[in-house]
Design a protein around this ligand. Sequence first.
Ligand code: FAD
Length: 377
Amino acid sequence: MKLIPDADSARFREEARTWLEENVPREPRPSGGEALKEFDQEWQRRQFAGGWAGIDWDVEYGGRGLSLLEQVVWYEELVRAGAPRESVFAVAFGHAGPTLIMRGNEQQKEFYLPRILRGETPWSQGFSEPGSGSDLASLSTRAVVDGDELVVTGSKIWTSYGEYGDYGEVLVRTNPEAQKHKGITWLIMPMHLPGIDIRPIRSIDGFPHNCEVFYDEVRVPLANVVDRVDNGWSVAMSTLSAERGPGFLDHRLSYIRAVDDLIEVARDNGRLRDPAIADRLAQARAATAALRSMAYYQVTSTTKGAQPGPETTAIRTFFVQVQQEVARLALDIVDTAVLEWSHTTREWLADFSATIAGGTIDIQRNVIGERVMGLPR
Ligand SMILES: Cc1cc2nc3c(=O)[nH]c(=O)nc-3n(C[C@H](O)[C@H](O)[C@H](O)COP(=O)(O)OP(=O)(O)OC[C@H]3O[C@@H](n4cnc5c(N)ncnc54)[C@H](O)[C@@H]3O)c2cc1C
């Protein structure tokens, strides 16, 4: 794949830039409640109507059918245009949609993927349970086959966007007799079914997007199983490879602009004259340039629709550390202004969880040691 832009990708970038200039929402994103969901849905609908949803998703499911490279160009232009970075569609685009693309059957792809692209149905992620986080395969939420349904009972925690998701990607134990990795099923959970109780958890940054979710004999059609009953661990690995791989490239690329903006703030308030701050900014700038190269490496080395390799774990581990250093640096640059609640304060508080969410950094380092470097367990 070429990295030197050809006429087509330069034109694509130009068209994207023009469209974004006219269409990026300029009003602030609401901080919660139905207004937040409506805001994100409206922005997603607008992108779909303009032909900018699912750049690398297949045309038959409503996407543009272009390459991952164009998808990255689109992300870069979103960042450049100052488009909202967060969205209740994060799970849908980051890993639920990609999992369906990799592992779903034709009916599932036809039904669920266009509804994501059209901005109709956000998703949530229900993998972790109290006591089953790092050791995810020990999960105990039970699902029993009853006719053509599964009956689900148990509880999940830290379900991101649980309050907003119309569907959830949920792991359940279908065979308690099998080895722990073998008796798990990956289920599409309609989150408005009777027997589901969703309780938001307000986190340190004030944002209630993680939830506890309780399932009490919830009846889900067997047709909602992705791949097959008891093979969910393998499907979950596809989900996690998307989550740690190209799923959140937009988030990583957004740090290029974040650091550039910080340099301007430091120039304006005089903090750039402090050599220690200037040095940290230079290092942050170099790190975001590296993140951009890693993004391009990923898109040129991942065949479309294939599962990203274990090196994505190394990239994500590097990213979460950059994320936390940039948040800390921002705090040091704005100085006493941090005493007022602001975007900077919120990001700093939120980024504490960067080395936990999606698998802790300790576990990621184990994965790098064992699967990338081939060290003994
Ligand atoms: C902001 C946020 C959003 C999240 N979103 C979701 C979501 O949407 N859906 C979802 O399902 N989950 C979500 N999670 C849960 C997340 O995946 C878990 O918190 C994470 O996997 C860690 O599990 P745990 O909290 O049970 O910690 P534990 O597994 O109990 O770990 C506790 C500590 O022990 C360390 N540790 C554990 N085992 C080992 C080991 N073998 N080697 C070395 N160190 C080890 C860990 O690194 C950690 O420091 C989210 C978490 C956060 C903070």
